[in-house]
Write a protein that binds this ligand. Structure first.
Ligand SMILES: C[S@@+](CC[C@H](N)C(=O)[O-])C[C@H]1O[C@@H](n2cnc3c(N)ncnc32)[C@H](O)[C@@H]1O
Ligand SMILES: Nc1nc2[nH]cc(C(=O)O)c2c(=O)[nH]1
Ligand code: SF4
Ligand SMILES: [Mg+2]
Length: 215
C-alpha cells in the first residue's frame, strides 16, 4: 500500500463536537464521490465540496510507502508545534480517507501515541481501532457506516433521502447540521438554525476555522 497525502498540518478542529481541539489534519488525496476536477463537479455525486484534495502538492504532502514513515511524518508535524504536549490527535480526512486508512496505518499512528479521528462520507465501512468517527452522508451515495461518534449532515441538501429525519434514529452520539458553504450560505445558516431550534436532537456546526482564518 502506498498512501497518497494531499497535505498535513496542525490546526484546531473547526467542526462538530470536537471543535476547538488541536489536531494534525491528515488530508488524503482522492474521493469516490468526485474526481476533484472543477470540470467534473456538475456531474459528480457530491457537488458542494469545499476542498482541494487532488495530488500531493499541499503543505507536507507526498507519497508514503511505509505506514511507519507516514506516522513519523504526522508525529513530526505535531511535535514541531506542540512539542511533547498531548493528547496527540490526528484527524484523517480528504478526499475520502477510508479509501486509504487501513489497519497498518492505524497501528502505526497509535504506536506514535495518537488518538485517531476520521471524517468520512459514510460510503465505506470504518476499520477497527478509530477513536472518533464523523460520518457526513451525501445524497445519492449509499450509507454503509451507520454508527459512530457524530453524524454531521451538510444542510440543506435537496434530495428527500438526505433529510435529517432519515438519520435521526441511527447509532450516533451527536447529531449536527452544518450549513452548506456556497453562495447561499447566509440562507443555509438560517435554515439550519431554524431546524435545530425546532428539532433539539440536532445541533448547529459552524465551520469555525473559516471564521478565524485557520486552515
Ligand atoms: C471535505 S470533507 C472530507 C471527508 C469526507 N469525504 C466527507 O465528505 O465527510 C470534510 C467535511 O466537510 C464537509 N463539507 C464539504 N463541503 C462542504 C461545504 N460546501 N459546506 C459545508 N461543509 C462541507 C463534509 O460534509 C465533511 O463533513
Ligand atoms: N480546521 C479544520 N477543521 C476541519 N474539520 C473537518 C475538516 C475537513 O476538511 O475534513 C476541517 C478542515 O479542513 N479544517
Ligand atoms: S465526499 Fe467529501 S471529499 Fe468527497 S467530494 Fe464530497 S465533501 Fe468532498
Ligand atoms: Mg475542510
Amino acid at each position: 500500500m502506498t498512501w497518497t497525502v494531499k497535505e498535513a498540518y496542525y490546526t484546531l478542529q473547526g467542526e462538530g463536537a470536537q471543535t476547538g481541539r488541536a489536531a494534525v489534519f491528515l488530508r488524503f488525496a482522492g474521493c469516490n464521490l468526485w474526481s476533484g476536477l472543477e470540470r467534473d463537479r456538475d456531474k459528480a455525486v457530491c457537488r458542494f465540496c469545499d476542498t482541494d484534495f487532488v495530488g500531493t502538492n499541499g503543505v507536507n504532502g507526498g507519497k508514503f510507502r511505509a505506514a511507519e514513515d507516514l506516522a513519523a511524518h504526522v508525529k513530526a508535524i505535531w511535535e514541531a508545534e506542540a512539542g511533547d504536549e498531548g493528547p496527540r490527535y490526528v484527524v484523517c480526512t480528504g478526499g475520502e480517507p477510508l479509501l486509504q486508512l487501513d489497519a497498518p496505518l492505524i497501528a502505526a499512528l497509535k504506536a506514535e501515541g495518537f488518538e485517531i479521528g476520521v471524517e468520512t462520507n459514510g460510503t465505506i465501512a470504518a476499520p477497527d481501532g478509530l477513536d472518533w468517527i464523523c460520518v457526513s452522508p451525501k445524497a445519492n451515495a449509499p450509507l454503509v457506516q451507520t454508527s459512530g461518534s457524530e453524524l454531521k449532515l451538510v444542510y440543506p441538501q435537496d434530495e428527500a433521502e438526505a433529510q435529517p429525519e432519515r438519520f435521526s434514529k441511527l447509532d450516533f452520539s451527536h447529531f449536527f447540521l452544518q450549513p452548506k458553504d456556497d453562495p447561499d450560505q447566509a440562507r443555509n445558516i438560517q435554515a439550519a438554525t431554524t431546524y435545530c431550534m425546532k428539532n433539539p436532537q440536532w445541533r448547529l456546526s459552524l465551520q469555525t476555522h473559516k471564521l478565524i482564518g485557520l486552515p
